[in-house]
Write a protein that binds this ligand. Sequence first.
Ligand SMILES: NC(=O)c1ccc[n+]([C@@H]2O[C@H](COP(=O)([O-])OP(=O)(O)OC[C@H]3O[C@@H](n4cnc5c(N)ncnc54)[C@H](OP(=O)(O)O)[C@@H]3O)[C@@H](O)[C@H]2O)c1
Length: 430
Amino acid sequence: MKMNLNIAVVGLGQVGNYLLNELNTKKKEIELITGKRINIVAVSAKNIKKKRKFKVNKDIFFKNPLDIFKLNKVDILFEAIGMSDGISKKVVETALRNKIHVITPNKALISKHGDYLAKLAEDNNVNLEFEASVAGGIPILRTIKEGLATNKITKVYGILNGTSNYILSEMRNSKDSFANVLKKAQKLGYAEPGNPKLDLNGFDAFAKVRILSALAFNTKISKYKCLMEGIEKIELKDIEIASQLNLRIKLLGISEIINGCLFETVHPCLVSKNSYIGNVSGVMNAVILEGKPVGESILQGEGAGPGPTSSSLLSDLLSILKGDIKKPFGIPNNKRKSIKCYNVNNYTNSLYLRFEVKDKPGVLSRITNRLAQYKISVKRMIQTPDKKNNKATVVIITHKTSELNSNNCLAKFKKDKDILKYPTLIRIHN
Ligand SMILES: NC(=O)c1ccc[n+]([C@@H]2O[C@H](COP(=O)([O-])OP(=O)(O)OC[C@H]3O[C@@H](n4cnc5c(N)ncnc54)[C@H](OP(=O)(O)O)[C@@H]3O)[C@@H](O)[C@H]2O)c1
């Protein structure tokens, strides 16, 4: 590799602009560690006039990022625009075809086109690095690819969306509603002001689960959506009842191999108040890996924000500058297997079920009888009457049951006029 490397940064938003400043201020450190000198030769964003936190050299500004490739002198390109398709994909594809190394924090792009882009990188003998696409500043991908490379990983799971974790933690601390805490998260910059949906409905965490699975199990990126639920339906009431039961609600992303099939899920889980994962609060992320012979490994850290994300982007840069062409997913692309999807109907958990009912005789027995009909056995029940409104809240903790059973059973309650809304179901993490 050459001694002087030319860098382009495409996208100068929250991440790109912070990264640019890091690159400008850490040139000496980078040279000390890698023996290579970096030179920023091109930057690109939509609007040249936009006021940005850190200064941008207008002399090297490109309105159209594709014009950068006419320069013919870029060695490494950072893509920080952030869409799965369109200009982001075009920039990355063009860079790889032009034998330019690519570094990106773009989980939407990698979880959708990662297989194709990895092949393109390998065919052109360049690196495609995406450490920052999962869990912000936590070096989880490199840990799987390098630190745990010879382990047989059987399960990887954790808290992968800082926005959801902040909202759940803050609802518990402030005893405030989902809607109010979401507003607070938006004010603090933890949730997108315009459309926070992708963080709240589990989509963002699912993209990260897909990337983690591909690395952990040496498989192609899955196209299945086994089970994806976000936190939008979690009410303060559930968080308070969970506390009484010594439990906490966390949005977990889980990926594991069951009977040779891949099972990927994102959904709210009840975990013990005293467990490790139960105590990961605020915007923190945590990833837990189970493997042989390593056993259980846990990594925790800030999962988003320009600082932690840039930390991962720089670690990718250093990895490239140190030399060697690495396989984007750790092993050659053509050795990565396609894998079948586990049948979600067989997914088995203990459940928390909350029923809002009319407070009148016979309702409770109808609930328990119906559960029994579907072989769902009750472990614990808490009934809280609301005399004033002639209503009651019934919370049932069940023994383990399958998704198929619970879905079929709960659907039957739809027609019961004494059950005031569709029951809330939260799975209890095994
Ligand atoms: N923010 C985080 O904490 C975080 C954490 C982990 C990963 N990521 C990932 O990092 C990436 C960037 O996120 P971000 O939060 O920095 O997004 P952002 O603040 O919305 O920035 C997007 C940037 O892309 C530029 N852009 C949009 N269309 C363009 C085009 N056609 N040509 C050139 N530039 C264009 C925008 O230009 P203007 O500034 O001129 O509008 C802006 O600078 C995403 O993939 C995201 O998933 C973000």
